[in-house]
Unconditional design. Structure first.
Length: 335
């Protein structure tokens, strides 16, 4: 069971239980001033001093050089396996800090405090940590679970609409693959109503339950967890090429993979139409440019084994499965 908490105050209980010798909090140069209120609150919750370590913001945080700097900082502050590391930030920070914590002295306990919607419902949960390497995303990493995840909806107040939509793409994905009640909520509200705290908290906890369901069944991503990758085979092939946000790429990817599902005789057009209605509700218009999927990048997909790919398909709203598709067939359908 994951230790998920919905208040910053839970840090007090964790610290009382673990009794760490030292606590360090890692965040980005952009976030530390913005999230000063949270850092102050966290400092007040523990008698152990919290040392702050600053890393670069965004995807740059996942560079090899930044990891090296961070590990040097860990040594400099005298961190050891009785210490606690806190990651405060979006997915870039939790991915970097999780990985650094997993390799420093063969593993030091860490806590994720995710601050974007995407990180709260996705990247902070499931134990996947990574940095980028030689232009390959998430190429070096580990499976290493935080001792706790602390989610606070106040962080969402300062996110831009684009950042919120990035999170919504994954929330819709959870609805399509497992929990249609998520889709009903989104269908019945507009974006402003969805951003209300109580609605958001409901969607976040439902989303986390879906992710938990898959990671508990398959922690190392060998089979059923790959369903969480729905929409991502095509998304990854468009995201960098057209400089789309991850969320936008995933929304397009889901739409296109639903079409593929239809061509493979696995899905009905109603699902695609339903997704269209949700997007309209959220005021999202997908990029109408002629996007051409780069099938060469599909060949790097982690779901490939031999000449086949394990493709997640949504059979009905809330019901998905993996099917094996020959790569040559997939490419001919995409082209
Ligand atoms: N480990 C996993 O399972 C997993 C899953 C999905 C994505 N990811 C990774 O997550 C990363 C993307 O994460 P992200 O979308 O959270 O982006 P991010 O961490 O790069 O943050 C994006 C921007 O949002 C800002 N930000 C963060 N919190 C804020 C707040 N509360 N208010 C205002 N601004 C804030 C940051 O400073 C940054 O500029 C990618 O590197 C991706 O590979 C990992
Ligand atoms: Zn994603």
């Amino acid at each position: 069971m994951l230790n998920i908490n919905y208040s910053l105050k839970s840090l007090k209980i964790i610290v009382e239980k673990v009794k760490p010798s030292k606590i360090v909090l890692v965040s980005s140069n952009n976030l530390i001033p913005k999230l000063n209120w949270a850092i102050t609150e966290l400092k007040e919750l523990t008698p152990v001093e919290i040392k702050i370590i600053q890393v670069p913001d965004g995807e740059v945080a996942k560079e090899w050089g930044v990891l090296k700097e961070l590990l040097s900082d860990f040594i400099e502050v005298g961190l050891n396996r009785k210490s606690i590391v806190i990651a405060l930030g979006g997915g870039s920070i939790t991915d970097l800090v999780g990985f650094a914590s997993s390799i420093y002295q063969r593993g030091v306990p860490y806590i994720n405090i995710p601050t974007t919607l995407l990180a709260q419902i996705d990247s902070s949960i499931g134990g996947k940590t990574a940095i980028n390497f030689l232009d390959y995303k998430n190429q070096i990493g580990s499976f290493y679970n935080p001792i706790a995840i602390i989610i606070d909806s106040r962080f969402l107040e300062t996110l831009t609409e684009r950042q919120i939509i990035d999170g919504f793409a994954e929330i819709i994905k959870y609805g399509l693959i497992k929990d249609p009640s998520i889709l009903e909520i989104i269908k019945s509200c507009n974006l402003a109503a969805l951003r209300e705290e109580s609605v958001m908290e409901g969607l976040i906890s439902k989303s986390i339950k879906v992710k938990e369901y898959f990671i508990e069944k398959d922690p190392y991503d060998l089979n059923i967890r790959q369903i969480l990758n729905f929409g991502h085979t095509i998304a990854h092939s468009l995201e960098l090429k057209y400089n789309l946000s991850h969320g936008e790429a995933v929304l397009i990817g889901m739409m296109e993979e639903l079409k593929l599902g239809e061509q493979l005789g696995e899905a009905s057009p109603e699902i695609k139409n339903y997704l269209g209605v949700l997007l309209k509700n959220l005021n999202i218009t997908l990029n109408k440019k002629q996007l051409k999927v780069d099938w060469k990048s599909i060949l790097h997909d982690k779901k490939i084994s031999g000449k086949e790919i394990n493709l997640p398909v949504v059979k009905k709203l809330g019901e998905a499965k993996l099917i094996k598709v020959r790569l040559d067939k997939l490419i001919s359908l995409i082209k």
